[in-house]
Design a protein around this ligand. Structure first.
Ligand code: PLP
Length: 424
């Protein structure tokens, strides 16, 4: 309560702005995740790896736009690409362009896809991948996992707002995710659903991102892939969040060979983006208009030049395979340091590389009850120390965050745990 009172006292603009906003926006904004009680902070601008709120406070940006902000704010390479697109090309030409094909080729090469198609968000990428799987198999049902988040209309438990799942009846949810027991349950569910004769796809994340940065084991993911194959279902790996974790995506690192992969987030260079692709046999047979009975896939902004050029510049010039490998290590080291200072407390840091979940749990194990009160206290107090993280405890690191800021955060966490020793 004391931390919340201080928050209210030092953020009068954000408070007033929220009161204004709810007169036209239910909840005060259009992203449920961003609603934080008693009111969300209203940011004013960002530069490199920092953001400033409307009340004048400066923060190290650990929200990283939920992983879409990999490059930071106004990265010089992205800025150059954006200005050149605006000045010399135009935003949307109502036609195919070389920029579209150029980016498609880079995405295919980088993420080992035989074919790819563009969309505007990760949600759309998954919608289209499911449509492709359904068209290809002529079936409808999709096996997914509890705690999964595949986009705005595809959340399956685990979230804090009510699940908002499209076509609820078409999804069969495996209750566990990630380990050996989950693999056994998944095998059973996949076999059983296939037996009923209507299984189109199995959709899974290599690490549950919104579910708390919980990696699936290689054995689990391979077992799910194998069961999907055996059942004749399309195996779709959602790499919207995880493609940044390894040079060719997390799936390649784990030795998986998904039929389809979905992409998004930072790959738009900071603009809305989604893409889906994979095996030629599926993609061509479903989408090539020269193939009889092919499926339409439209979208006014699918190949807009701004995203095609900004995304390409980022992946081609900034987040190269070498940089990706180094960045993975920076993230892993950071998480290790955080877990070092949290040892013996209720706090745990999970994840892989630059994607980190923080968890306050009753007895310090992930299986025990979540302590939302401690997580909230942490959020308020980290703001006071100048760190912008998501209220639910997700950190998506930016590429160029100075090492001093990472160290300063480890220090702030350590001081937080000492300060509240009695309840940690
Ligand atoms: N899939 C995963 C794994 C995600 O984490 C997200 C977004 O957080 C999405 C899909 C949806 O992407 P978007 O928000 O661009 O629709």
């Amino acid at each position: 309560a004391a931390a919340q009172s201080r928050y209210v006292a030092i953020n009068p603009f954000s408070k007033k702005q929220h009161e204004r906003a709810i007169e036209s926006l239910p909840g005060g904004n259009t992203r449920t995740l961003l609603h934080t009680s008693p009111f969300p902070l209203c940011m004013k601008h960002g530069k490199a790896t920092f953001v400033w709120d409307e009340d004048g406070h400066k923060y190290t940006d650990f929200v990283g736009e939920l992983s879409a902000g990999l490059y930071g704010h106004s990265h010089p390479v992205i800025r150059t690409a954006v200005l050149a697109t605006f000045d010399e090309i135009g935003l949307s030409l109502g036609s195919t362009t070389t920029y579209e094909a150029r980016y498609a080729s880079l995405l295919c090469q980088r993420f080992k896809l035989e074919r790819v198609r563009m969309a505007n968000t990760g949600t759309e990428a998954n919608l289209h991948a499911l449509a492709a799987a359904r068209h290809y198999t002529g079936k409808r049902k999709v096996v997914v996992f509890n705690g999964a988040y595949h986009g705005a209309c595809f959340s399956f438990g685990g979230g804090e707002a009510a699940p908002n799942t499209a076509d609820k009846g078409d999804f069969v949810v495996v209750q566990r995710y990630g380990d050996e027991e989950a693999a056994a349950e998944a095998r059973g569910v996949i076999e059983e659903t296939a037996k009923e004769g209507d299984l189109a796809a199995v959709l899974v994340e290599g690490m549950q991102g919104a579910g708390g940065c919980l990696p699936g084991s290689t054995e689990f993911l391979s077992a799910v892939q194998e069961a999907a194959r055996k059942a004749g279902a399309v195996f779709i790996l959602d790499e919207v969040m995880t493609s940044r974790l390894a040079p060719n995506g997390l799936g390649q690192e784990l030795g998986l060979s998904p039929d389809l992969v979905t992409l998004g987030k930072y790959l738009g260079g900071g603009f809305g983006f989604g893409a889906f692709g994979g095996r030629k046999e599926i993609m061509d047979s479903v989408y090539d208009p020269r193939v009889k009975g092919s499926l339409a896939h439209s979208g006014t902004f699918n190949n807009n030049t701004m995203t095609m050029c900004a995304g390409y510049a980022g992946l081609n010039q900034v987040f190269t395979e070498e940089v990706c490998v180094q960045f993975r290590k920076v993230g892993d080291d950071f998480r290790e340091k955080l877990n070092g200072v949290a040892k013996g407390t209720r706090l745990r840091f999970t994840g892989k590389g630059s994607l980190i979940g923080l968890h306050f749990r009753e007895d310090g194990t992930l299986e025990s009850q979540e302590r939302v009160d401690l997580r909230d206290l942490f959020w308020f107090e980290m703001l006071e120390d100048g760190f912008w993280i998501t209220r639910r405890g997700f950190i998506a690191m930016m590429l160029d965050t100075p090492k001093e800021e990472l160290d300063r955060f480890v220090d702030a966490v350590s001081r937080f745990l000492e300060r509240h020793d009695g309840i940690m």
